[in-house]
Design a protein around this ligand. Structure first.
Ligand code: ADP
Length: 294
């Protein structure tokens, strides 16, 4: 594990009333990760020249970016610019969709997950995913969390694993006396934390989150945001969000994507989150985060 989120310093946007600063006024940013030595560490995920087509329609054009280990990376951009598609390239989930063609490479810990010898389910064991709508199985809380471990033939202390995963997902105290209750009987926010517990119970390295708070109320959203930051000490988190305040609050790095007139999604800018929100390099990033389009 890479040193550090505990050593992070936080910054608050208190800048003058420029358009950019005003868009994130009062937001507390995560640290500028370059300060705590992250740049010296190999990235968890290296996306290299990835292009993707749904049938004849190209959705991603030549995306290259490095996702830092044990950090939260946010993917932002207008609807349809390819954020979810790019996220699904990291666990080879797009290949479950008929007619998808992918070019380029994605390396996890230096291994090309699109290599000929790699089995997609193996990739999905080290890359967990949490979806927009909480999707617990119609099973007990316990069985939801134990599900993946059982499939993987886990022979250890299952009770301990379930408890530890629920604790890690900040749900244990609320459900410890009701582990046999259906996961579907929980509130939306609890269900999403249950899905996070289920994802981390198989000990992934990377957790992908596709707009994990969009179906939740503000209090449940805040709990998930807190959890994301907390989980980053153990996992590499990549989150798609259409909520820019959320990206500013939870992420260390932000990738801004945009689809051109050709509808092909491309990476416009990728940088430390405070840089993207306070001093973006590309005019289109500034226009987007100040709400001038999208
Ligand atoms: P975002 O997450 O930024 O909203 P998506 O990755 O969902 O964008 O979509 C990018 C483009 O790919 C859009 O034009 C969308 O219509 C298209 N697309 C996404 N999923 C599919 C699919 N399963 N089949 C065909 N086209 C798709």
């Amino acid at each position: 594990m890479v040193g550090g989120v505990t050593g992070d310093t936080e910054r608050t946007s208190t800048g003058p009333g420029t358009g950019v600063a005003a868009a994130t006024a009062g937001v507390t940013f995560q640290s500028n990760t370059a300060e705590d030595g992250e740049d010296a560490v190999a990235p968890a995920v290296e996306i290299r020249n990835v292009s993707l087509w749904y049938g004849a329609n190209q959705a991603l054009g030549n995306v290259t970016l490095d996702i830092p280990r044990n950090r939260v990376t946010a993917l932002i951009g207008p609807s349809g610019c390819g954020k979810s598609t790019l996220l699904r390239c990291i666990n080879r989930m797009n290949e479950l969709i008929d007619g998808v063609r992918i070019e380029g490479d994605v390396f996890i810990d230096g291994e090309n997950i699109y290599g000929p010898e790699v089995d997609p389910p193996d990739v999905r064991r080290i890359v967990g995913m949490v979806f927009q709508r909480p999707n617990p199985f119609p099973k007990s809380i316990y069985d939801n969390v134990a599900f993946g471990a059982r499939i993987n033939g886990y022979k250890g202390d299952m009770d301990g694993l379930v408890e530890e995963s629920l604790r890690r997902a900040a749900l244990w105290d609320e459900v410890k006396d009701d582990l046999r209750k259906s996961g579907l009987a929980l509130s939306g926010g609890q269900q999403q934390r249950l899905c996070i517990a289920r994802a981390i119970a198989v000990n992934p390295e990377i957790v992908l989150m596709d707009e994990p708070c969009s179906a939740l109320d503000p209090i449940a959203t805040q709990r998930i945001e807190d959890l994301m930051q907390d989980l980053a000490s153990d996992y590499t988190i990549v989150v798609v969000t259409h909520n820019m305040q959320q990206a500013a609050r939870v992420s260390h790095r932000t990738a801004f994507m945009l689809a051109g007139d050709d509808l092909v999604g491309r990476l416009v800018e990728f940088d430390d989150t405070n840089q993207i929100f306070l001093n973006p390099n590309d005019e289109r990033t500034e226009q987007y985060i100040t709400g001038r389009f999208g």
